[in-house]
Design a protein around this ligand. Structure first.
Ligand code: FAD
Length: 446
């Protein structure tokens, strides 16, 4: 019997669910409501559009609305905002230029994503203070960079979007300041990694304003004034890279259960507490397989995979989403930073963790362009199990984080990792790959 699936949100999670259900149940009616004008775009590409490495912002659109409709047979309603969910009656209320209208569903997928944190500022009334989330944000920032011709800018916040914005502004030739309330960058980074990143900032000419508590941000006609405990700072433009919170208002109002950081609570089948209502992506929490608890980790692979798996479940193929191990990677000038698993601090909650650090070569010492990669490894002293790893080094070396992520997923010990048969040839790695070397050292610590 044909069913009706409604999807709220047309990006990674929502579009993945819609496409999957249309693939498996072509006769079902699948309608995607997207409040913006784009679907299926890569927010992760926007910093590269700002720095000019991606020429056209439209290149960040993976699936055009036309293709969604014509090739995937999805009924797409752009600039349609869902303003209420009525779980009892299995209906949603949608607002568009045509007014308000109720739509009935058999299944509902909530994929509303996340909202950038903005220190309580209403950025609609600011012309010089920005967050970066959507393609429209990217266009607005690009235009302002051109119109306002800034010379001195600041980035507030030391997470991965903050790092990307710092790099972008510096590459554009602007005097770039990094404002952060602590000495340590985002808590997800080990101290060793945070210190190396700060060294890199200084080497690239970024001015560090650490231990800086912000009391107020005001905007005048020609500048942004930031009042801090260390006095007043003035900039032409300011970017907030403070992280995101789940876009949960619809779910909250509908009585859908929320979890960590008020992200929507789902079981491993991506079901909420209401039958027929699913959720996935940045608006949901996820189960951390190493920490063995729910966390809020809004990243693209989780969103895409959860959307895909929600689609399988809605279509009748019962499939669990296994969880995450907290893997991420970011470029910062000519180096990259990658992490997976728990930090030493996080691991203390459930384990007896030890942490060690090594610097190794990315290729044999005789080979051209050999560089250094820094690894920080966390293992459980009692069992030898790997708990986390962080890498900082050249771009072509730090995707090795995926070996650690695979080891974490498989609950491997550092001894197991030593026995992995990893590839070797001089242009790619030394005979003891940095991962094997880390394992060789780690075996002696337990
Ligand atoms: C600058 C930047 C860089 C990033 N870089 C990386 C990276 O390198 N690696 C990585 O893994 N992740 C990265 N991310 C995170 C990644 O983009 C997100 O995890 C991913 O986009 C989440 O997908 P989603 O579908 O859950 O949510 P979103 O992409 O937020 O999409 C949600 C959609 O729902 C729509 N919507 C919301 N509410 C409603 C409503 N009521 N009615 C109708 N529509 C609604 C929104 O308009 C939006 O289009 C980055 C994010 C940003 C902003």
């Amino acid at each position: 019997m044909s069913k009706r699936l409604l999807v709220i949100g047309g990006n990674a999670a929502g579009l993945s669910t819609a496409s999957q259900v249309k693939r498996l149940q072509p006769s079902w009616e699948v309608i995607v409501f997207e409040k913006g004008a784009n679907i299926s775009y890569a927010p992760s590409g926007v910093p590269y559009f700002l720095s000019g490495r991606v020429a056209d912002i439209d290149d960040l659109i993976e699936l055009t609305p036309n293709d969604a409709v014509n090739k995937r047979n999805i009924d797409l309603r752009l600039q349609h905002e869902v303003i209420a969910i009525h779980p009892h009656r299995k209906r949603i209320l949608v607002h568009s230029s045509l007014g308000e209208r109720e739509e009935a569903f058999d299944f509902l997928m909530i994929a509303t994503g996340s909202i950038p944190l903005s220190m309580g500022l209403d950025l609609r009334s600011h012309k010089r203070v920005f967050t970066l989330k959507t393609l429209d944000d990217g266009k607005r920032i690009k235009k302002s960079l051109k119109d306002l011709q800034p010379k001195k800018v600041a980035v507030i916040g030391g997470g991965y979007i903050g790092l990307e914005l710092l790099e972008t502004m510096k590459l554009l030739g602007l005097e770039t300041h990094f404002i952060h309330r602590r000495d340590h960058l985002a808590r997800v980074f080990e101290k060793e990694v945070s210190d190396k990143l700060k060294e890199k900032m200084v080497a690239e000419g970024i001015l560090l304003k650490l231990h800086t508590q912000i009391h107020d941000i005001k905007e005048s006609l020609d500048r942004v004034i930031i009042e801090t405990q260390n006095g007043r700072l003035e900039y032409d433009m300011v970017f907030l890279g403070l992280g995101v919170s789940p876009a949960n208002q619809l779910a909250k109002d509908a009585g859908i259960t929320l979890g960590v950081k008020e992200a929507i609570k789902v079981n491993s089948y991506l079901e909420t507490n209401w039958e027929g209502i699913y959720a996935g992506g940045d608006c949901t929490e996820a189960y951390h397989l190493v920490g063995e608890k729910y966390v809020y980790t809004p990243l693209a692979p989780k969103a895409n995979k959860e959307g895909f798996i929600a689609g399988l479940n809605i279509s009748g193929q019962r499939t669990p989403f296994q969880g995450i191990v907290g893997t991420s990677i970011v470029q910062f000038f000519d180096i990259g930073v990658a992490r997976t698993g728990l930090t030493h601090e996080e691991a203390k909650e459930n384990f007896h963790p030890i942490k060690y650090h090594l610097t190794s070569l990315t290729k044999p010492s005789y080979y051209p362009n050999t560089e250094r990669i820094h690894s920080t490894i966390v293992i459980d002293k009692d069992s030898g199990r790997l708990l986390g790893a962080q890498l900082i080094g050249p771009h072509d070396a730090i995707k090795r984080i995926d070996v650690y992520a695979t080891a974490l997923y498989n609950r491997m010990t550092i001894g197991d990792i030593f026995h992995l048969d990893l590839a070797y040839a001089p242009p790619f790695s030394p005979v003891y790959d940095p991962v094997l070397l880390a394992a060789r050292i780690g075996r002696k610590k337990i």
